[in-house]
Structures are given as C-alpha cells and as structure tokens.
Design a protein around this ligand. Structure first.
Ligand SMILES: NC(=O)c1ccc[n+]([C@@H]2O[C@H](COP(=O)([O-])OP(=O)(O)OC[C@H]3O[C@@H](n4cnc5c(N)ncnc54)[C@H](O)[C@@H]3O)[C@@H](O)[C@H]2O)c1
Ligand SMILES: [Zn+2]
Length: 365
C-alpha cells in the first residue's frame, strides 16, 4: 500500500492514456478520474459478484471527488455481454439524465469491461469511460486496447467498436476475492506475453512462481505492469488490427478457440484453453522446425507450476480442424498460426498442412 503505483502509458496521440497499477488504490479512483476529466456525473457499471466488494468502494471514491453517482448492476457471466443488456443500460442512462459529460466507470472482469465500454462507445455517440478491471484477465488483457463489444447469439464479440478509455485503474487488492481458478486462467495470458514478446519476462516468471501463486502484491504489480506494457506496445503499433501485428496476441488462440467451441464454453475457462493451445502451438512450431523441444518444455513446466492444464482435451482431431477452418484467422481454407521461433518472438506462419495439426492432437498425452 505504501509503494507508489506503476504507470504504463499507452501512446495513441490524442487518445493516449495511463494504466495505473497499484495495491490498495481503489479509494483513489475518484482522484484518478478527476485528474483526467472534469466530471460531475458518473455511471458505474458492474456485476453482482463485485458490487459490494469493489464497486461500492469505487462509488464512494467518486462521490468523494464530488461526482453524483448512478450504479448499474448486471448479472455475472458472459450472457450479460448482449445487445439486450446494452439496450437496458442505454435506457437506464437516459432515465437518469446521462448526457455527453457523463463518465462511464466499468468495475469488473472482461464481461463488464467489454459491455460498459460498448455502452460508452455508443450512448450519445460516445461517452468517456474508465476501466477498473477486477479479474487478472481483465487487468492484463481485456481492459487494455479499447476493443469493446457484445456477443450475438451465434458469434462472440461480433458487434463492437474500438473505443479507448480515459484511463485504466488496476488495484491488485481486488484480486484477493477472485476465485483461484479464475486467477490461474488469467496467468495463461501473462505467460503468453513472455513467450510472444519478452524472454526476460518469461525468465522472471519462471523465477517467481511461488510469489505469483501466493498473489504477493509486488510480484503481481510487476507481472501486470509488464503484461500491460507489452500489450500497449502492440496496440500502439496496430490500434485497429490493420497491420496484422496485433495478431501476435493470438498465440495459442486458434487451438484454444476450437477447444472452447467443441467443449461448449462451459468446461474450460478461456485461459485454461489458451494454456493448452499454447502448448499445442509450440509443438506445432517444433514439428515445423521453428524451435527445439526445450522451448516447449519451459512453457509446459511454467504453466503446469502455475496450476494450468497443459494437455488438450480429448477431441476428434477432424472436428478440431473443421472448427479451426471456420476461425477468422484462416485465409482461403489454409491454416495460419502464430508460432514461436524462439522464446520472446513469434511469427505468423501460413499454409500449415492439416496433417501437422492432426499429428499434434493425436500425440497429445
Ligand atoms: N476487449 C478485449 O480486448 C478482450 C480481450 C480478452 C477477453 N475479452 C473478453 O473478456 C471476457 C472474459 O473476462 P473475464 O475472464 O474477466 O470474465 P468475467 O468478467 O466473466 O469474470 C469472471 C468471473 O469472476 C467474477 N469476478 C470478477 N472480478 C472478481 C473479483 N475481484 N472477485 C470475485 N469475483 C470476481 C465475475 O463476476 C465472473 O463471475 C470475455 O467476454 C472475453 O471475450 C475481451
Ligand atoms: Zn485470450
């Protein structure tokens, strides 16, 4: 609590913003916002699981900074990321007289962040908003980069926008209430950043497994700040997914999406699927001669020590291939994968023959 928060700056010209990573900083969200925008009305969007524990504290902090507050609480879970719930929130904003000066404050995981960000992007042609992410996944991934949106029944994240927040305020103490399984799932994305962009960070993670598992605050601040910096670097160079650079963030995700789809989105958390997917992708890279076995082994050991599953679920390889070829990363029926060529570096490899993927899934233990 005494340590100063770390600031990660995401530089996007006029849309630039700070990601502040501290411990015990929730009571300062009001100040954080007030320093960035003169505001008199804030609408907090949150879910039932964090309403009492975290959103209420954000509310009193905003009130302390002189803002009138409205609090909108949605049901926890992916099904709240819908047009119906967004519609409900638009109407509530209208009811309370929200105008273009109202600030939206998202307090919750990726579901709340994507939904609240989408409502902010669309209401009155766009309101300013602040992200206060409370899951590890949201702190290192979904709250950073301005991708906001909702799902359609048949397609995840199909309706949305690129809408950058005014700022992101991360308090590592919010993770104290996060269930162990959700916490570990977030760690998969942290490991991903090391593999795709930063071998030194990967090394640091290997040496701090115990601190990370215990959620030791200074280790958490470092892991989160480094992850945010790495994601910010990518977003700065490819804000709207136009140059293809942002695709590096999809390491392990082609496999992961297929696993999530085929297991029905209930059995696996996203991060668990990503953990399995990274090992499959790494084995694929080995097969294609991009890396040696040791590079896969280090990832497998680290993910395993962090309590993540590292072997893919038992699925029909043909069904996996079929699901993958419907994935948006497939061009003209050819499979493309983001694969490591060494720890800390990935490349987009096109035209991967399906026999290689079959082999990876068949030899999985
Ligand atoms: N916008 C992006 O760039 C981006 C990137 C990755 C993922 N996403 C999206 O993020 C979503 C997943 O986010 P998530 O994993 O945070 O899921 P989530 O928001 O559903 O949170 C997971 C669970 O934890 C609960 N929770 C949140 N914070 C808590 C806390 N501090 N203590 C106790 N419980 C808490 C939630 O109520 C929920 O039940 C997906 O919809 C995904 O599409 C978006
Ligand atoms: Zn992911």
């Amino acid at each position: 609590v005494n340590e100063l928060p770390t600031i990660v700056r995401l530089a996007l010209g006029r849309a630039s913003y700070d990601i502040e990573i501290g411990t015990g900083t929730l009571p300062r969200v009001g100040e954080f916002l007030a320093a960035r925008r003169k505001a008199t009305h804030a609408a907090i969007i949150t879910d039932e699981n964090v309403e009492q524990s975290h959103a209420a504290r954000v509310a009193s902090s905003l009130a302390g900074a002189g803002m009138a507050i409205d609090l909108f609480v949605v049901e926890p879970g992916e099904s709240s990321k819908s047009v119906a719930v967004a519609d409900r929130l638009w109407r509530k904003l209208l009811d309370v007289g929200a105008d273009r000066k109202t600030i939206i404050v998202a307090v919750g995981g990726g579901v709340v962040g994507d939904l609240a960000g989408f409502v902010a992007a669309t209401y009155a042609r766009g309101l300013a908003y602040v992200q206060v992410p409370t899951t590890l996944l949201a702190q290192v991934d979904s709250a950073i980069g301005g991708k906001v949106g909702v799902n359609l029944p048949a397609a995840k994240n199909m309706v949305g926008a690129f809408w950058q927040p005014l700022g992101v305020a991360v308090d590592t103490q919010t993770l104290d209430t996060l269930p162990e399984r959700e916490y570990r799932a977030g760690l998969a994305e942290v490991v991903k950043y090391g593999v795709i962009l930063d071998a030194v960070f990967f090394d640091w993670l290997e040496h701090h497994v115990d601190d990370i598992r215990r959620r030791e605050p200074s280790a958490l601040r470092h892991a989160i700040a480094r992850s945010c910096r790495l994601k910010a670097d990518v977003v700065e160079r490819d804000e709207r997914e136009e140059t293809g650079l942002r695709a590096v963030l999809n390491y392990g995700h082609t496999f992961a999406h297929a696993f999530e789809t085929l297991t029905g989105y209930k059995t696996l958390l996203h991060g668990e699927a990503v953990s399995m997917g990274m090992i499959c992708a790494s084995r694929l890279a080995e097969r294609l001669g991009c890396i040696d076995g040791n590079t896969t082994r280090r990832q497998r050991d680290l993910l395993d020590k962090l309590g993540l599953p590292v072997e893919p679920p038992r699925l029909d390889p043909e069904a996996v291939l079929e699901t993958m070829s419907r994935d948006k990363k497939v061009e003209h029926g050819r499979l493309r994968f983001v694969l490591p060529t060494r720890l800390g570096h990935v490349e987009l490899i096109g035209d991967v023959g399906p026999e290689h993927v079959r082999q990876i899934l068949a030899t999985a233990r």
